[in-house]
Write a protein that binds this ligand. Structure first.
Ligand code: C5P
Length: 280
């Protein structure tokens, strides 16, 4: 299950239910968590891999909650490569992967409404690729566009999404309806990184940077290294840099490595894959 970045993110005022209407371009990238489920007497969860530290392994984990919604007890294993609380929707990827895997074991209800109820990014995680997201993120229109090359720069520590939204509301008391620049959508469809670079935008970035000021250093390091553009991914603290092509991304990955926890060249537009393994 792929991580996601937000290529553009426009946030409106806080709604009565506490969420914010938004307009975003979601792009799934090839940094994957792998979710395995097997039928069991009762649900359990094991988390392995480099990003496993601190991930809850009980019913509070979104993957466990996803299995509960489908009503089939399963043993879930998550191989966690996507950093936690990073603005990459890793927890949403795990929940969406659990929904896909459990429904492969036992076909059941439509997954989209269940995904929307689990979290704002779970609907996109179910489909991957490239999409325009509206509402609180759950209303999706697929977009077409060629793959683009990026570098993720993962920061030390995480940021709480509610804290970042609260900081946005504090610093920006008045907000208008969220509206992305039409040229951003055209540039994504055209797949020209040079045209897209000046249009990348994230309304949450000032709030994320004010809570984690060291992100300014990471963004500056990307600019010095010659990234076409850089921005905070979602609510952060991962920064994402646009590269001209694959070779440029590999070069940027090496240049950014010393300035963050780890840097990783990725390509956007990937989709989840589901495999069944029947043991005879
Ligand atoms: O939907 P999810 O559980 O991922 O949201 C986590 C938190 O992020 C929400 O409780 C809310 O504080 C904030 N949020 C928001 N508006 C959105 C998405 C998330 O205010 N569209």
């Amino acid at each position: 299950m792929p991580a996601k970045v937000n290529v553009g993110l426009a946030i409106g005022p806080r709604r009565a239910d506490g969420f914010h209407d938004l307009q975003t371009v979601f792009a799934a990238v090839d940094l994957f968590d792998t979710i395995t489920v097997t039928p069991a007497v009762q649900t359990s969860l094991r988390v392995t891999g480099p990003a496993a530290a601190g991930v809850p392994t009980d019913h509070t984990n979104l993957a466990w909650r996803a299995a509960d919604r489908l009503g089939l007890p399963v043993a879930i294993t998550v191989d966690k490569q996507i950093p936690v609380a990073a603005g990459l929707a890793g927890g949403s990827a795990d929940a969406a992967g659990t929904l896909l895997a459990v429904s492969r074991l036992r076909p059941g209800p439509a997954l989209a409404p269940i995904a929307a109820g689990l979290g704002s990014d779970v609907s996109f995680a179910l489909r991957g690729g490239l999409a325009l997201g509206e509402g609180r993120g759950e209303l999706l229109q697929p977009l077409d566009g060629p793959p683009l090359h990026w570098v993720l720069a993962a920061a030390e520590g995480g940021l709480s999404t509610p804290d970042v939204y609260a900081e946005l509301d504090r610093a920006r008391p008045a907000a208008v309806a969220p509206k992305l620049d039409e040229r951003l959508l055209a540039a994504v469809a055209g797949g020209d990184p040079a045209a897209l670079a000046p249009l990348l935008h994230n309304d949450l970035q000032p709030a994320a940077v004010s809570l984690a000021p060291h992100l300014n250093d990471t963004l500056a390091a990307g600019a010095r290294a010659g990234a076409l553009a850089g921005l905070v991914s979602g609510s952060g603290p991962t920064c994402v840099f646009l590269a001209a092509d694959r070779a440029d991304a590999v070069r940027l990955e090496a240049a950014l490595g010393p300035h963050c926890r780890f840097a990783r060249a990725v390509v956007s537009g990937v989709r989840p894959t589901v495999e069944s393994l029947v043991v005879a």
